[in-house]
Design a protein around this ligand. Structure first.
Ligand code: CS2
Ligand code: MG
Length: 403
């Protein structure tokens, strides 16, 4: 079974997605997710110019070799663009493998280790009351884990809040990124009170999460972790810019609040120090951004050796194909922790026919062969690419601040 064609589709049903379509010479089609938020077209060019021509004619069943060929065989091998391109191809090849075998991918990976995948939802508010009420809505819908963010008083906007009734919290499409202001002192003063109110109103019978979006210094992160200890957080996510991995030694030595990191990582080597020194509790790589199913599985196995559990990144910019790919691994992994799930805007439902379903705080996959998500190419064509950027953050004096 040879690869006959590798096509790349870019579509914007509410937000941009990059879809890899691999067709074999006997007509089997596999779908992959290669979406990299705000850098979509770099991955498209990488795939169209540098990956597709290398794949045509290759044996589609040699998934592991194709991964090594595209990564190990490449001189310029690191980074999110390359990893996402390889990830999209890898997911599409697993989809083909499952379709040919007539089995869902989780059966090829060893079969279910659990009955369903516990997810966390995204509650937010423009003040504490709004956020507390939003948490209540998630709990009423059966969620057992909720991430909570709220607008820090004194700031006009801060990243991580849902806008309107949509499920995405990113600003609308723009030719340029929005500019937000940031104030770490105001944030550190505010967040413990937010979590206190959430626990007072809703108790301790669910998992409570919070995302710092890399905004703090190591010492500030340690302060935050300590101040949140009474509220028994499930995790504090991305407390500092993740390049400075030694900073996690300092954070770790000063707080027992669990730490989750990894959504911007592109491979096992980015995770190695944090995992092997047990500096984190949850590894958050996204399946499409970390080289697909083949490579994410290796990262999770490494994590298991050190007692680190999984918490796969699942925002709206991971397409339903990428979410389903994560769910296959989640069902099988011995060290599964939790799965992020933000959902997708309604138009995405016209493009992607996803086979997973929600029930009582969990997602589950059916028995559909392969990844279990099909793409309607006519619907995708109705939503052409539209440039969108993540916002940037500046301090009050105009200095650029970290993501
Ligand atoms: C966030 C993401 O879901 C999360 O944890 O950090 O929304 C992230 O900012 C976006 O996926 C970036 O593309
Ligand atoms: Mg995050």
């Amino acid at each position: 079974m040879r690869i006959a064609a590798v096509d790349v589709i870019v579509t914007c049903p509410g937000r941009n997605y990059v879809i890899v379509k691999i067709t074999t010479d006997d007509g089997v089609v596999g779908w992959g997710d290669a979406t990299l938020n705000g850098r979509e077209q770099s991955v498209v060019a990488y795939l169209r110019e540098h990956v597709a021509p290398l794949l045509v004619g290759r044996d589609a069943t040699r998934i592991s070799d194709i991964w090594q060929y595209l990564y190990r065989g490449s001189y310029w091998r690191r980074g999110s663009v390359a990893a996402t391109a390889i990830g999209g191809v890898d997911i599409a090849l697993w989809d083909i493998a499952g379709k040919v075998a007539g089995l869902p991918v989780y059966r090829l990976l060893g079969g279910r280790a659990r009955d369903g995948v516990t997810i966390y939802g995204h509650a937010s508010g423009t003040d504490i009351d709004g956020a507390v009420a939003d948490v209540g809505d998630f709990l009423a819908r059966g969620y057992r884990a909720v991430r909570v963010q709220a607008l820090v008083p004194g700031l006009t906007s801060n990243y991580g809040l849902r806008h309107g009734t949509g499920l995405t919290y990113e600003p609308a499409a723009g030719e340029l990124p929005d500019e937000e202001t940031w104030d770490s002192a105001a944030y550190l003063d505010f967040v413990p009170g937010l979590m206190k109110r959430v626990r007072e109103e809703h108790g301790y019978g669910f998992h409570l999460l919070h995302d710092v979006h890399h905004r703090l210094s190591a010492n500030e992160a340690a302060q935050l972790g300590r101040s949140l200890e009474p509220y028994r957080m499930f995790w504090m996510e991305d407390p500092t810019p993740a390049e400075d991995q030694a900073a996690f030694r300092l954070i770790r030595s000063r707080t027992t609040t669990p730490i989750a990191v990894g959504e911007i990582f592109s491979g096992i080597w980015d995770c190695q120090l944090l995992i092997s020194e047990r500096l984190i509790d949850y590894i958050r790589v996204a399946v499409p951004h970390a080289g697909g199913i083949t490579h994410t599985r290796r990262i999770w196995d490494l994590a298991d050796l050190y007692g680190v559990r999984t918490g796969s990144h699942g925002p709206g910019d991971v397409s339903p194909i990428g979410i389903a790919a994560a769910l296959h691994l989640d069902l099988v992994a011995p060290n599964f922790g939790i799965q992020e799930y933000m959902g997708h805007l309604d138009p995405a439902g016209e493009v992607f026919r996803a086979g997973y379903s929600y029930g009582e705080g969990m997602l589950d996959l059916g028995d559909a062969p392969g990844i279990g998500v099909e793409v309607d190419e006519d619907a995708a064509a109705r939503y052409p690419y539209s440039p969108k950027y993540l916002p940037v953050a500046r301090l009050a004096d105009g200095s650029m601040h970290d993501w």
